[in-house]
Design a protein around this ligand. Structure first.
Ligand code: FE2
Ligand code: FE2
Length: 151
């Protein structure tokens, strides 16, 4: 009786733990900004971040996490360059503030990569706690305001 009770608690704990860490961001059609190239890149970035969470949750080795972070950093740099080009062409009113927030996000991922390289254990916790918000905040505020502005 006691053992089956403990087993049940353990299963619930693992389920809650899994729910907390897995699939942190879910792509929804309402996130579309109405530009195919930007939407495809957003979807791909979300997949990359979710894959990073999956690997963190399954204790992937540091080399794997480092390679994934490098891919995310490269993909987001390219993505920001495209968004900035399209905003400039469209003479988008919020261009300067939006570009400044991109720069801030690039500084932040640079710092997260640096922290992970310095100390992988606390770097992992930092990533688990921050990567989702790092991406989502800009995505649901600045990028959401691009909706239907870039065609
Ligand atoms: Fe974006
Ligand atoms: Fe953006």
């Amino acid at each position: 009786m006691l053992w089956s009770g403990l087993a049940t608690i353990r299963i619930i704990y693992l389920q809650l733990k899994g729910r907390r860490r897995m699939a942190q961001i879910e792509w929804k059609q309402e996130f579309s900004v109405g530009n195919t190239a930007i939407d495809d890149e957003h979807e791909h970035l979300i997949e990359q971040i979710n894959q990073l969470y999956y690997e963190l949750d399954h204790s992937a080795d540091s080399a794997t996490i480092e390679a994934m972070l490098a891919d995310i950093q490269a993909a987001i740099s390219t993505h920001f360059a495209l968004e900035e080009l399209l905003m400039q062409e469209a003479e988008f009113a919020e261009f300067e503030e939006h570009r400044e927030d991109h720069q801030h996000l690039l500084d932040q991922i640079h710092d997260m990569i640096f922290s992970f390289n310095e100390d992988p254990d606390s770097g992992r916790e930092l990533l688990i706690n921050k990567v989702s918000d790092w991406f989502s905040h800009h995505f649901t505020s600045f990028d959401a305001r691009l909706h239907e502005q870039l065609d």
